[in-house]
Design a protein around this ligand. Sequence first.
Ligand code: SF4
Length: 363
Amino acid sequence: MTSQYIINKYNNKVYISLKEGLDIYKNMPLTDLMFAANEIRESLHNKKIVTWQIDRNVNISNICFVQCEFCNFCRKKDSTDAHTTSIEEYRIKIKELFELGGDQLLLQGGMNPALGLNFYVALFKTLKQEFPKLKLHALGPPEIAYLAKKEKLTYLQVLETLINVGLDSLPGAGAEILNNRVRTKLSKGKCSVEEWLNVMRAAHKMGLYTSATMMFGHIETIEERLQHLIYIRDVQSEKPKNAPGFNAFIPWPVQLQDTKLQNKISIQNVTGSEYLRLLAISRIMLPNIPNIQASWLTVGKNIAQIALHAGANDLGSIMIEENVVSAAGATFTITANEMKQLIIDAGFEPKQRNQKYQIVESL
Ligand code: SF4
């Protein structure tokens, strides 16, 4: 298999199969893989531009019944530091966000069983009434699947209710590895593969912008990683013609510091070259997902810069606040100016974007 073989398949609009993907992933030199991924990236995007964003992650609560093996953030409800974010705290965080030039909250769990659909409706309504320009990139398939079960509603009904009170887009959170063997071992209380994909199918029918993610480098096999990509690709192929569907794919290596999983099994950290290999094969196997995002937060700035030559066209957000992967050891931070310089130093022109990947006026 050569990079030209991959590029020919891409030009002929033929997907790389699982078998071909495995051969490429395991046997192709990294430089060839990066070359092919970069060719695809350049055919989809202006080759000089790398996009980035300003948003703020806020966790609705740290109380979570799921208790994933890789999570060092969640708390039980009677824990002394159990916390649910108050409206006053949101106000302060949103004002800071606007001052820093962002307009979007990435609102995520934990999945606090005390919070039903009415809680989220009231929260979204209040935030949108007080801050009409605020964008809510909120929850994710595990929360939507949980709320549907709890309220005895369909995914479409839950999503419609939330869209009506201000949900702007749905993050691809909680995908980890889309494989039920892995999910049963690591995050038993979370939705299954089928539920995750079906929530996304419903979101695409509702016309929501969504993203897809992968947290890799733990107990999954290479084949399970590539099958994950194929699930995403297939759901994207089914979306209604004019729906945006998944507008980005974001893979990142698991962070395990002080987690239950770290104490149970020995897991080798994902190396820079392994990350680049995964990123490049993602670009190659997901030709119907427009954007591939490099995760500076988990791999560091230097590897993130190289990732821009391995298929990634976006560096994600400066993340004014991030709590979940940071609690498990991801400690990198970045300012807007540093983000722009990082992109310039990698040989590109930085452009600030919104969640729809539209270029916005930079700071
Ligand atoms: S990763 Fe998310 S769903 Fe899993 S335990 Fe932590 S907060 Fe809960």
